[in-house]
Design a protein around this ligand. Sequence first.
Ligand code: URA
Length: 248
Amino acid sequence: MSKAPTARLDRLLANMAYGSRREIQQMMDAGWIVLDGAKLRNASMRVAVTPDLVDRMTVRGKPLDPPAPLTLMLHKPLGHVCSHKEDGPRIYDLLPARWRSREPAISSIGRLDKETSGLLLLTDDGGLLHRVISPKHHVAKRYLATLDRPLKGDEAAIFASGTLLLEAEDKPVLPAKLEVLDDHRAYLTLTEGRYHQVRRMFAAVGNHVNALHRDRIGALDLPTDLEPGQYRVIDLEGLAPIFAGERV
Ligand code: URA
């Protein structure tokens, strides 16, 4: 079994944005930091950073935030932006304020457009982020598209061909799977994440996406009880389905 990493307590808590290292020492002097029922006094002590720390440590009487590495699933609501550069409410505003100042920072794994809803993963683990977004790892993302015009019937073959070119690009999109639900609705499963890819793929076959929702990443489904705007922490076991999805 691999040993849990250890961290200096003041650094651990400062990285989780509880305060500066000096402030952490003051919080300890005040008896506000408790581990296994005992008030901690020594800011330079090392603690094993294990997932159960959230159940064993309290800060000002509240359970410790989950330490890094932290991964979340969020039900992104319509109208929120994933990028720090765009205008509008940000997905990060949906997280506890302290989580927005953590080191390493939490960022979304890929992005959804402002007007797209659904399953979005966020993490402070750079390796995980890379594995999910890199087309090399073939993590499939499934979108439910509601279309302006009826489907013609040839779209599935065009999307699967691996030859479809998007406007202003010279590299065709990778083969993608279309599952038609009815005249105006279909699931589209992709393994890449180009800018506005689903909308642009439908535009390339003469249609227009009126509504877009992502409901699956790998074999991880957006839980039906996770309402728009809500998030949930995913543990190691919960991450496994991300890499267990079908190949397109
Ligand atoms: N494709 C899009 O067009 N928009 C998204 O948000 C995701 C994929």
